[in-house]
Design a binder for this molecule. Sequence first.
Ligand code: SOE
Length: 382
Amino acid sequence: MLNVAVVGVGFIGEEHVEAIRRTNLGRVVALVGRDLEKTQRKALLLGVDKVYDDIEYVLEDPQIQVIHICTPNLLHYSMVKKALEAGKHVVCEKPLTMTSEEARDLVSIAEQKNLVNAIHFNIRYYPLIRHAKEMIEKGEIGKLYSITGSYLQDWLVKDTDYSWRLESAQSGETRAVGDIGTHWMDLVEYVTSLKITDVNADMGTFLPKRKKPKKGIETWSGKILKNDDYEVVDIDTEDYASVLLHFDGGQKGIFTVNQMACGHKNRVTFEINGSLGSVLWNSEDPNQLMIGRRDTGNEIIIRDPSLVYPGAQSIITLPGGHNEGFADTSKQLFKEVYQYILDGDYSKERSFPVFSDGFREALLCEAIMKSQKERQWKEIQW
Ligand code: SOE
């Protein structure tokens, strides 16, 4: 078992704690949060013994081998850097950093220190995503032509919906693209083994002013906030973006991200069209994969370990019909990371998303922002 500390105790920090435990390879020994009282409350609820208000305590603790960084984006760079310099393996939330320069720096520190590094691109860990990847690798979809899709949410649809993610100072220059577009781009590059080479963006902020609660609130919890204790603030990040794409095999594509799309709670979809078939997947119905065919009936593949390729099988715990979902994706990701750490051979190929994937997403975000500002196509300098 590995001893793990989780830094940041908001919505996603709690998810990490639960998922770490369900790996059966890691035990959560400490929680770190800026607000000590809140962190103590969370620790009591989650059953974690040690509580700190500063990462320094866990850096100095020789018992702790792995640190998960689940803070607002602004703090990722400094926290990850400190953790690596203290010799800890790191799992970081996405986006890895606010700039590509910072991300590049973290990639090189992790390499120099020979430490295991991972980024929480958990959507890769829905088992049918691995199955789709393997189908494409085996040529079952033929030559790929186009890749399209979206990531839609509605948790920011009202002007009273608020989160630190709305503020560029905490979140980074891009919000919708950085927060959920990075998941989408990582996902389709992973499934297709292609790289996005050029982007052309059209972004928008539907609510340029919002009512900010005077007291801090957690991501998603604003939906149930009832008091009138708000101040009106300007919003400098985008609610929406559509981005045209070119891929390195000549494929074309487009994705839309929208955090103000009523009725879509958290819906990632993609469609990959090839010469022999299409692959369609939707995260709100993640245990089914649709394969479209021209000359025969379409197929629906079910998340059942007896019906999928070995790569997908390896990240399924329960039999078909016993549905797995969002929480299981993190469990499977952490399981692979922890097993890799425990095996101890860091020259072995890694199956999980790493900091260089985070660096790549930072470059894509920067190119998208540049494209929006200059109203032109931008090439990715990878
Ligand atoms: C907020 O938009 C958010 O929590 C993202 O940051 C996550 O990555 C996604 O899983 C759900 O929505």
